[in-house]
Write a protein that binds this ligand. Structure first.
Ligand code: DGL
Length: 276
């Protein structure tokens, strides 16, 4: 059992840069914490991969974070949560916080009784998601919309160009035609498209995500476990990507809104066979 204590960092991972939307909220809620972020951009998107593949990547990345002495892990990816959360929790003893699309608040906010959920097809097909619908849906009609191509737009840093707009109009218009008045962003990449989505749906439709709720849940777990860092100190961030450093660095800096010094996480390093 590793020696975890309040001074250790928190590990956060996603299939790519999408989890930075969660990292922003974690930084806001927990200014004194040291944060280690892994983007598995070399294998994004996860949404069209098999459950076994996503599970194996999630285990390898979690092992890497634990070898860096993290006191908790945030799975900042809805797709990895659906594919791997039970395995991760059974395998590792640190607190593991997962994503859950904001269906519950959406159901209580909706006036038309129809909500739309944008997510990857793997997330929408997963047991967790089906159970979430069953638990919170009630009389509200929940329309799941898979969004192939959107993760790639964000990975490329194209948040407002014609290609992103075209895809979003194709995914969102059918939901509006069915009177959805709340759009839930069920993938951590999508909050980076939130301005464009809001522009497309107009002011009478709310666009919500669960990043702030996940940051609150992380705070609560660390407090319960007496693992909160001293918030008088300024926390640090350390970033890794399994993708190309040259391509990823400007996108990280764009999305994190400051210059990011990025480290490479090659597959050999993850499998502990690395010489780089
Ligand atoms: N950010 C991931 C999620 O929340 C994106 C999934 C993907 O890579 O397809 O689902």
């Amino acid at each position: 059992m590793q020696n975890i204590n309040a001074k250790k960092p928190i590990g956060i991972f996603d299939s790519g840069v999408g989890g930075l939307s969660v990292l922003h909220e974690i930084r806001r809620a927990l200014p004194g914490e040291d944060l280690l972020y892994v983007a598995d951009s070399g294998h994004a998107p996860y949404g069209d991969k098999s459950q076994q593949f996503i599970e194996q990547r999630s285990i390898a990345i979690s092992e890497f974070l634990i070898s860096n002495n993290v006191k908790a892990i945030v799975v900042a990816c809805n797709t990895a949560t659906g594919a791997a959360i039970a395995t991760l929790r059974s395998r590792f003893s640190v607190p593991i916080i997962a994503m859950e699309p904001a269906v519950k608040p959406a159901v209580s906010l909706s006036k038309t009784g129809v909500i739309g959920v944008l997510a990857t097809s793997r997330t929408l097909a997963g047991d967790n998601f089906v159970q979430l619908f069953a638990r919170h849906g009630g009389d509200v009609q929940i329309l799941g919309q898979a969004c192939p191509g959107l993760v790639e737009q964000v990975e490329a840093g194209d948040l407002s160009g014609p290609a992103a707009r075209l895809l979003l109009e194709r995914y969102v218009h059918p939901l509006l035609e069915q009177q959805a008045d709340i759009i839930v962003l069920g993938c951590t990449h999508y909050p980076f498209l939130a301005s464009l989505i809001q522009e497309i749906v107009g002011p009478t439709v709310a666009v919500i995500d669960s990043a702030a709720a996940v940051a609150r849940e992380l705070y609560r777990r660390l407090e319960v476990e007496q693992l909160l860092a001293n918030d008088k100190k300024v926390g640090t961030e350390l970033f890794w990507t399994s993708g190309s450093l040259a391509q990823a660095e400007p996108i990280f800096s764009q999305l994190w809104k400051e210059n990011v010094d990025l480290n490479s996480l090659c597959d050999r390093r993850l499998s502990k066979n690395c010489c780089c």
